[in-house]
Design a protein around this ligand. Structure first.
Ligand code: OFO
Length: 169
């Protein structure tokens, strides 16, 4: 793997690590603020992002390069609502999709087809994640300020976490 591809992969490793910390911070806020179901869901999603990071680290090292951990900034710690959290998650995942697409383009430009092939998994994963978070966000918007509705969504999120734990690759 050439230096340009290695650097680009290391930048993406940093973003996956940041995603994991961001969702961890959100999970902690939910746990401390009366949203136990959302908290379980987000703790689990934080683990999923860590898995995305590790998968990329192993790939880089297996290809004879060196996966390096770069500095990451602290995530936002305080939130006002589930609406704010899931709005931010969707925006963040759209940013990650763009980043993966740019990384894929680097691999193609550098004729590193093994890396391009490896990145296909992330491209598919992003389609699933954007769809999942946009569905959750739509439901949160639908209940608005209705407390009973929000309670129900929190329960649903807990169920979604239990349902997805066996699916994570
Ligand atoms: Fe949330 O996605 Fe990683 O790649």
């Amino acid at each position: 793997m050439n230096q340009k591809t290695e650097n680009a992969l290391n930048e993406q490793i940093k973003k996956e690590e940041y995603s994991s910390r961001l969702y961890l911070a959100m999970a902690s806020w939910c746990e401390a603020n009366g949203f136990p179901g959302a908290s379980v869901f987000l703790y689990e999603h934080s683990e999923e992002e860590r898995m995305h990071m590790l998968k990329m680290i192993h790939f880089v090292n297996d290809r004879g390069a060196h996966a390096k951990l770069l500095d990451i900034e602290a995530p936002q710690l305080e939130y006002n609502s589930l609406l704010e959290i899931f709005t931010e998650i969707l925006v963040h995942e759209q940013y990650i999709t763009e980043s993966i697409n740019n990384l894929y383009q680097v691999a193609i430009d550098e004729k590193d087809y093994t890396t391009a092939n490896f990145l296909q998994w992330y491209i598919t994963e992003q389609v699933e994640e954007e769809s999942l978070f946009s569905t959750i966000l739509d439901r949160i918007k639908l209940v608005g300020n209705d407390k009973a509705g929000m309670f129900h969504i929190d329960k649903e999120l807990e169920g979604m976490a239990a349902g997805s734990s066996s699916e994570t690759a």
